[in-house]
Ligand binder design. Structure first.
Ligand SMILES: Cc1cc2nc3c(=O)[nH]c(=O)nc-3n(C[C@H](O)[C@H](O)[C@H](O)COP(=O)(O)OP(=O)(O)OC[C@H]3O[C@@H](n4cnc5c(N)ncnc54)[C@H](O)[C@@H]3O)c2cc1C
Length: 390
């Protein structure tokens, strides 16, 4: 019986990166993906910040569609905050090509791949796990990394708790009169739980979507009928994507013989809904720890919790601050959001700070810079900031 050192379930970005790092650390590694190829179905707006692109370790390639220089943030009452940097700080990507490129790197590093291989059950024996595939075949591995995405049924069965919340996401790609093809639009208050977005693909096409506490499709239908969107739609949507977005990682992301990574571990930025950056950071750590533990022959939860400790050290605080900001924005009334946007838009030094230090992957850095430019008017906002501290 062949036993792999590490088996990774799911060839999304987190799974491919975990497999790459496990193989790189000399572990015999197998990557199991239920679909015929990676990156399908697409459940993503495809917006990656500069740190996410750097973490992917991919050379700039055909997966990048265009660079974004800034954003317009709309409040419910129509106040707008505009900023545009001189150089791109985020990129719109083709997620399918991105996922394919990530997978190719894992294979180059020596990981094995099985497509059309849906793992149905994991049976833990003393020194290995037996992964039962849909057709009945079994694959054996000392340590399993669940990179199954948001549903993460196998991780849950292995004892990894669900994330704190799962938002309902929906997005269409449609012919659209784009205001500025170098700027993303963010519409605060359009969906309870996060916000709505317009990500331009060119002057006449955009991805329009949102994530909400529930019923993402219904909220999107309503959003598409608002004046700010309806008047610019130039035809019927050509694609609809739906998917869940997990926020708030569980207290432990390791169990006996198993680690969870990416969406399966709730590693998503609660400020923007971006999961690629935190997933990649954690996946590198997961691959390394799984390989080391497997080669040492220690598959205990205690040993694997090293992964949990290390990824929280790298991005845990950023996710916690993001959760507070998400809660603050969710609690604010439409009038309060209008007031906040109006205030920020009236402060040129704050806009300059956003243009210079804006970073969708590490928003806490920008928040620190912005605090330096708040003046006495900010006292009016104290009650809003109070929400964040609750
Ligand atoms: C509407 C929407 C918009 C988003 N926009 C962005 C964005 O602009 N930028 C960003 O950074 N993030 C965005 N995200 C989040 C991002 O898409 C996810 O965080 C990211 O895909 C998570 O990567 P992952 O590798 O953890 O999981 P996934 O990409 O979901 O990959 C999981 C893989 O596991 C496979 N799998 C599942 N179960 C099994 C099984 N039992 N056996 C074998 N294979 C299995 C699946 O087929 C899949 O290939 C968005 C999410 C939504 C819902």
């Amino acid at each position: 019986m062949d036993i792999f050192d590490v088996a990774v379930i799911g060839a999304g970005p987190a799974g491919s990166m975990a497999a790459k790092y496990a193989a790189k650390a000399d572990a015999s590694t197998i990557l199991l993906e239920e679909h015929a190829g990676p990156g399908w179905p697409v459940q993503c707006a495809g917006l990656l910040g500069q740190e996410a692109v750097a973490e992917s370790e991919l050379p700039p390639g055909s997966f990048i569609l265009r660079g974004m220089l800034g954003a317009t943030v709309f409040s419910p009452g129509g106040a707008r905050l505009d900023f545009k940097a001189k150089a791109s700080k985020a990129w719109v990507v083709n997620r399918r090509l991105f996922d394919q490129a990530m997978l190719a790197r894992a294979l180059q590093e020596g990981a094995n791949l099985r497509l059309r291989s849906s793992v149905r059950r994991i049976r833990r024996e003393k020194d290995y796990s037996a992964l039962a595939l849909a057709g009945g075949e079994e694959i054996f591995a000392r340590i399993v990394i669940s990179a199954e995405g948001v549903s993460a049924l196998l991780a849950r069965r292995a004892g990894i708790a669900p994330p704190q919340t799962i938002l309902s996401g929906a997005q269409v790609e449609a012919p659209f009169a784009v205001e500025d093809p170098e700027k993303v639009e963010v519409h605060l208050g359009a969906a309870p739980g996060l916000f709505a977005w317009v990500v331009p693909l060119d002057e006449n096409r955009a991805r329009i979507g949102l994530c909400a506490r529930d019923s993402g499709c219904e909220h999107l239908r309503a959003f598409l009928k608002t004046d700010v969107i309806r008047k610019r739609l130039q035809g019927s949507p050509v694609a609809l994507n739906v998917g869940g977005l997990p926020l708030g990682p569980p207290t432990a992301t390791a169990a006996l013989g198993l680690l969870a990574v990416g969406d399966a571990a709730g590693q998503v930025k609660p400020t923007s809904g971006g999961g690629i950056y935190p997933g990649l950071v954690a996946a590198k750590i997961a691959g390394g720890v799984a390989a080391a533990a497997s080669l040492e022959g220690d598959y205990s939860k205690l040993r694997l919790m090293e992964y949990d400790r290390l990824w929280r050290l790298a991005i845990g605080r950023e996710l916690e601050i993001g959760m507070r900001v998400n809660r603050m924005l969710s609690k604010m009334s439409a009038l309060e959001l209008d007031e906040l946007m109006g205030y920020l838009a009236s402060k040129p030094r704050i806009i300059k700070a956003i243009e210079e230090h804006g970073d969708i992957d590490r928003p806490s850095r920008l928040m620190g810079k912005m605090l330096l430019h708040l003046d006495w008017d900010a006292i009016r906002l104290a009650r809003l900031l109070g929400y964040a501290l609750e």
